[in-house]
Design a protein around this ligand. Structure first.
Ligand code: PSU
Ligand code: MN
Length: 306
């Protein structure tokens, strides 16, 4: 392995990692493909501030000119947000070609985990993860994020998963792959825009310290793979489930009619849901990302103290 020569760790991030100080990684597909401009850039910059306010150093991850970046400048975040869907969405399988060709890439949860692990960052905050799509029995559409969680030692803090996925099958898949799924202050899986999915997670954790101990022990035991933390959206931003479920159903029908598939599916569904809800879903989406960033930063602080 010789990945160091492709990796640029921002000085502030490298210093914190070296000293065992708290760092939180952030993904960039959510910037280029998950939200519209300019809210995507505004959110990405605010998320970094939330992490700082909670005592950790943010490291937004992306690929710029073929370089793996852990820690971006404001200008680079602005560029990824403004360029939007024209930036390649990079999951694990895309990584070699994008780097070999010196291209730019927005990193998914899977790729962000890979680069975070290379940079020595154990925890990462995002909105939602990819999972087993509805109809996967026919389409085989299962996000590479799940395989990555089984392989790469990074804890991912998310707001559960959107009902664009088959949530029960996503949990089954994670169980098969040996990925702990932990609920923050609840034993119910969060459903992204709403707090409730009606499904149980493996364990409830009640504090950042509780979570940090689980991460620490998993590492000490030498178990491969990550941990998935489901952190419900704050009550005041939670959406009406009927409204959001209807929008999701409509978006999925449209995707089927248009023959959308592969890596286009998730960005298509996210954009359609935002339009169908008249943008209402975007505010919730932004708030849940801040909430996840705060929990990830507090956990990184607790982990540094162990
Ligand atoms: N789910 C969301 N918002 C997102 C994504 C998923 O609620 O922005 C993005 C993440 O970057 C995730 C990727 O890693 O979509 C999954 O894409 P796919 O389903 O093609 O694996
Ligand atoms: Mn997919």
């Amino acid at each position: 392995m010789n990945y160091e020569k492709y990796l640029d760790i921002a000085p502030e991030v490298a210093e914190a990692v070296k000293n065992g100080n708290p760092v939180v990684a952030l993904e960039s597909t959510i910037i280029s493909h998950g939200m519209p401009y300019p809210q995507n850039v505004e959110t990405a910059l605010n998320v970094e501030q939330v992490i700082r306010d909670n005592g950790a150093v943010p490291a937004t991850i992306a690929i710029i000119g073929g370089r793996l970046k852990a820690g971006l400048s404001k200008d680079q975040i602005e560029y990824l947000g403004k360029t939007g869907q024209a930036v390649t969405k990079v999951s694990r399988r895309d990584l070699p070609l994008i780097v070999a060709r010196g291209m730019d890439g927005a990193t998914t949860v899977a790729t962000t985990m890979i680069i975070a692990a290379m940079a020595g960052i154990p925890i990462f905050a995002t909105g939602g993860i990819g999972g087993v799509h509805r109809g996967a029995q026919q389409t085989f559409d299962i996000s590479a994020d799940l395989e990555e969680l089984a392989m790469t030692p990074v804890t991912v803090v998310c707001a559960g998963a959107k009902a664009i996925l088959d949530l029960p099958l996503t949990l089954e898949y994670l169980e098969t792959k040996g990925v702990p799924v932990l609920g923050y202050q609840t034993d119910e899986l969060a459903a992204f825009y709403s707090r409730h999915s009606g499904l149980k997670v493996d364990y409830q954790v009640d504090s950042p310290e509780d979570l940090a101990r689980a991460i620490f022990v998993k590492r000490e035991l030498g178990l491969q793979g990550g941990i998935l933390v489901s952190n419900p959206i704050p009550e005041e931003y939670s959406m009406d489930r009927e409204v959001i479920d209807k929008a999701i159903d409509q978006a999925i029908r449209e995707a089927e009619e248009k023959g959308i598939h592969g890596k286009e599916t998730t960005p298509f569904l996210l954009a359609r849901i935002k339009d169908i809800t008249g943008g209402d879903s975007l505010d919730s989406n932004i708030q849940l990302v801040y909430n996840n960033a705060a929990l990830a930063a507090k956990t990184a602080v607790a982990l540094s103290a162990l």
